[in-house]
Ligand binder design. Structure first.
Ligand code: ZN
Length: 145
């Protein structure tokens, strides 16, 4: 279904009408079947439309909050699926990996401010996750496995 704004040149009025398609409108107009709802005249044509400024949702910029929310949700999912949660053991784990004592693997967890400073001084790479990117902590029973 398509809605057209129509103009009647007999009584100079504007009205709107629904058609099955633009083809259906064209066929009815050709055979003068499009009637003015006011004077029932058939000198009816499509109103020339200017692009509407409001209501064109497709072209309006995406809401940054929503875009960020989606990205954050993806980031959280990525972290929770690909990173091992090591809880308070983050500094120990990160240090062990840095010095080659354990295999490198993606981990996430907590440190104290002191630990974070110490890691930084030792040159152990560790970046704080933006809070929005932090996934829900695994439940304790998950951590045991
Ligand atoms: Zn009319």
């Amino acid at each position: 279904m398509i809605k057209y704004a129509l103009i009647c040149s007999d009584c100079d009025s504007e009205f709107e009408a629904w058609f099955a398609s633009s083809d259906a409108y064209d066929k009815q107009a050709e055979r003068s079947l499009v009637e003015c709802i006011h004077c029932h005249g058939t000198n009816v044509g499509k109103a020339i439309m200017a692009p509407a400024v409001s209501g064109t949702k497709k072209s309006s910029p995406p809401d940054p909050q929503k875009v960020f929310g989606k990205l954050a949700a993806k980031a959280r999912q990525h972290v929770s699926e690909n990173f091992d949660y090591v809880g308070d053991g983050f500094a120990t784990e990160a240090r062990a990996m840095h010095y080659g004592e354990t295999e490198h693997k993606p981990i996430w967890g907590e440190t104290t401010a002191d630990e974070r400073e110490a890691l930084k001084e030792e040159g152990v790479p560790a970046e704080p996750l933006p809070p929005a990117f932090v996934p829900a902590k695994p439940r304790d029973e998950d951590k045991l496995n």
